[in-house]
Design a protein around this ligand. Structure first.
Ligand SMILES: [Zn+2]
Length: 204
């Protein structure tokens, strides 16, 4: 399982099986539901427990078996709850076994968004403040030139690159006008709050 998880992690961050790039977001977080700020990637350790429980479920109809009850307790599932259904769905049990996590305010921007996966991934990294801007790259290379390549005047951080740079600000303003939204372009934080409140679709 460790090997499988390692392959998944490397594929996400590198697109191959080589170990080179640093993970920008921890794997635990990546496995959270999208509404809680994750990407809903399967946590294979929890999934494996749920799959093992499926075997036990068949035996568990004989709930007088003490060892079965003990295992269920260890997995955090009550016997009554476990035996209630006529069918056992690994996914249902897996979801029950995962800890509950608070929903993030910007979940609508990621959940049910029909955008291209690459755009969504960039948005996801930006929402977690992990986008590779020049200011971020400077953390690993102090001599790095952080001047914005678009305007050649200010430092390139998320705020500047996406909304404050005169070039991108113009683009956003045109998009707002095109959509008939009567307001000026705001900063990154304010735009995320605005989009979170106004995005359509389920909040998940
Ligand atoms: Zn700029």
């Amino acid at each position: 399982m460790q090997k499988i998880e390692q392959l998944c992690r490397r594929f996400l961050w590198n697109g191959n099986n080589e170990c080179s790039k640093k993970a920008l977001i921890t794997w635990d977080k990546i496995c959270l539901p999208k509404s809680a700020g994750g990407l809903n990637i399967v946590d294979i350790y929890t999934w494996n427990k749920a799959a093992i429980l499926k075997h036990l479920w068949n035996l568990c109809k004989k709930k007088d078996r003490l060892w079965v009850q003990w295992y269920l307790e260890e997995a955090g599932v009550t016997t009554d709850e476990f035996l209630k259904g006529e069918k056992y769905a690994i996914k249902t049990v897996y979801n029950k076994m995962r800890d509950k996590h608070p929903k993030v305010q910007w979940r609508k921007l990621i959940c049910n968004n029909q955008g291209c996966p690459k755009w969504l991934f960039i948005l996801y990294l930006t929402l977690h403040d992990r986008l590779y801007t020049k200011m971020r790259l400077k953390k690993w290379n102090t001599g790095y030139d952080t001047t914005c390549a678009l305007c050649d005047s200010e430092e390139e951080d998320i705020q500047h690159l996406l909304f404050k740079c005169p070039n991108t600000s113009q683009v956003w303003q045109k998009i707002l006008d095109w959509q008939g939204i009567q307001r000026q372009t705001m900063g990154w934080k304010e735009e995320v709050e605005w989009a979170g409140k106004n995005a359509s679709g389920n909040s998940a």
